[in-house]
Design a protein around this ligand. Sequence first.
Ligand code: ADP
Length: 323
Amino acid sequence: MAKEIKTIGVLTSGGDAPGMNAAIRAVVRQSLFRGKRVVGIKRGYAGLLNEEIIEMDAKSVSDTISRGGTILQTARCMEFMTPEGTQKAADVCLKHGIDAIVVIGGDGSFKGAQRLAGLGINTIGIPGTIDLDIACTDYTIGFDTAVNTAMEAIDKVRDTSTSHERCSIIEVMGRGAGHIALWCGLANGAEEVLLPEKYDFDEQRLIDQVVEARKSGKQHYIIINAEGIGHSQSMAKRIEEATGIETRATILGHMQRGGSPTCKDRVYATTMGAMAVDLICEGKSNRLIAHSGGKFVDFDIDEALAMEKGIDEYMYDISRSLV
Ligand code: ADP
């Protein structure tokens, strides 16, 4: 017989992302709607080990849906990754009567959820990362807000770049993945997108293209460089030296992680949060919620973590043909 679920915990783990609060709010309110007790676990797995557990009611999540960041805070925790740490976390759950946990985070956080599920704590993962680097889903909480923030910033850099007839390298986030860079490349009509998944280190080609573009009358040259490649400042210096064209690097940085979530991030995060609670109430565990093929679905975490995500080849091709 499936174990009875009385108390549901919720935590955010890994990097923060706009929309996480909408997901937390939905977990809390849907749990209450289903007649469950709900607790917030602060600072991810670190807070679980330190028993930073707070009772949540409907009011605890009032006025949070439009706020960026995460009201539960987030952390990375090495201790939890050891077998002793995971066992201690499961013991803390037992002590506090936590039967199930909704984990909002990325792949690393889901590995933790997988291990807790193995120790008898029902877990459901929600993809929360601006990087879009989770293979089983075409949506992750925060990506939409982050690419919109980056797009607006790049438009501004482009204006001044055109006025001064400069070459601009704009570095966007994404850790090892190039999804933010690719989307900005298309959204901003960049002349070049450099993605870790595709980078060939052929800087001479880049230099030749900058020179050719100037000859053909282009007033600026926008290069979107992904965080996973980095080195934007030194790249700018080398391009300027080789071409004689003034070249500046702008690293957008953490501004891309903050701000009020877009409508899409609020609605998708809310749906995923409520769905996590519904799955828990159905007795499910070790599942990951995803958006795939136009629908909200759930995957086994083991299967989801074994999938690989690449760059959309067609989108990459047109980022090069539409310049
Ligand atoms: P993300 O969840 O965004 O991928 P991290 O990779 O930093 O971020 O993971 C967040 C936290 O999840 C880590 O600090 C750690 O506590 C936990 N975690 C990561 N990898 C594992 C693992 N292999 N086993 C157990 N827990 C893990």
